[in-house]
Design a protein. Sequence first.
Length: 517
Amino acid sequence: MKPVVVVGAGIGGLTAAALLAHAGCPVVVLEAHWDPGGCAATFVRRGFRFDAGATLAAGFEPGMPLALLGEVLGIDWGVRPEAIAMQVHLPDGTCVTRWVDRERWREERRARFGLAAEPFWSWQEQTAHAFWAIALRRPPWPLQTWSDAFRLVYEGARWLSEDRARIRVLSDLFRRVTDHMPKDIPRLREFVDAQLLISAQALADRVYAAYGAVALDLPHTGVGSVRGGMGGLAVQLAGAIQRFGGQIFYRQEVVRVRAARPTGWLVETHAGMVVEASHVIFNLTSFDTARLLGEEAPAPLRNTSPAPADGWGAFVIYAGIRDDGSMIRLPLHHQILGGTGWGEGRTIFLSISPAWDSMRAPPGHRALSISTHTALAPWWKWWESDREAYLEQKARMEERMLDLAAQVIPDLKNRLVFRESGTPITFQRFTRRSLGWVGGFPQTGIGRSWGPRLGPQLWLVGDSVFPGQSVPAVVLGAWRAAEAILRALAETPSFRVFPMPGLSNAQITSSERGKLQ
């Protein structure tokens, strides 16, 4: 049997590949870089290990996406739990601690926002609980086939039968988060806007309420630190793929995907490797997928743009700093609001490597990353027409971000031993995402994200696919794609189908595995 070929070893591609390989399907992963992970990779500079993009690992609580995936694949993530997900520093000097423990968080929010905000938080918790209950079933949304429609009706009916009061939260698919917020607590609005900007890519008046409730719940889904950096998750998924018989080829950038005759696809790399595939999974944006398919791209892909008009890029400072032990009680993650607007160095997210993780930094040092949302177009204009202006803007952005970060580490500039920064141009170069667009679609409506099925034997995973950004969300989207592919493959004579815990459709028995190789 021809293998399923996965283009790109980001978390979405690796998750789908690992689940398929676990089910006995032959899998080939082609990755342009020398390491897996994509935007959730870890790289080395001058003895420091930096997370390229994502720095906060969540979803490890029992029953949550990463915990479930680990159970199915037999992976012990080795994540060290954290009591504090992050601290959020508001412009008025208020510091809000995002405790992972829900009861400690309830005490914290009452102290910071008062009892008048409690109806909002009660709505958020109840709504998040309801939508987690359906999200973890990996519902087929958006609908792409009649089978999807029947499955959605079935899963939706089961979901409602468990608690008929859930029918009330369905209206939140069409409302905004601000519809539930009190108007006279500006500190609450600042906090929620900040949290949604990093988890939903938009502010509370634009994020649809159902998604916003779940996004605000992420700090309570099991937050932890990965030894060696976030890239360790990708490394373990890659190991699972190989353990189950799949193959991964690094330094093999895919440059073309074309139809094979009579069925299937030919996947070609820059190094001349050609793999004939039964199905192809693209762990790319829709635009980059269309570019590889050329004239054979399915109709919905042909008019896609490199990034949505409201999509974001990232500017990130990667720094090595001295640590004399005085930072030992400092939480690892901080969101800091300057009070003068959103993104562009006026709001930043700061992550510090754990003191216990000797893989991340030399003795007496820590790895530090500071990121901010940034518009894509200006960076490309400077890069293409005025390199001097580009470098000047980089330097200004660095200084603005370092000044804001000094609220958490007052002597930060004196601690610096090394630093470099990345712009959207950097992200395009290293992640192969056109324009350096990151974070997926701003979650302003239930229909914004792609479904996994692009066309006959063509699939999409990653943060462009419902349910969107964050490692837990990408895992759920890729899991749905893997299940759909297994259902399609089960229609061939070589497969025998039976239920499998954690993977709701099928697996291939060990006796059948030999027929496929």
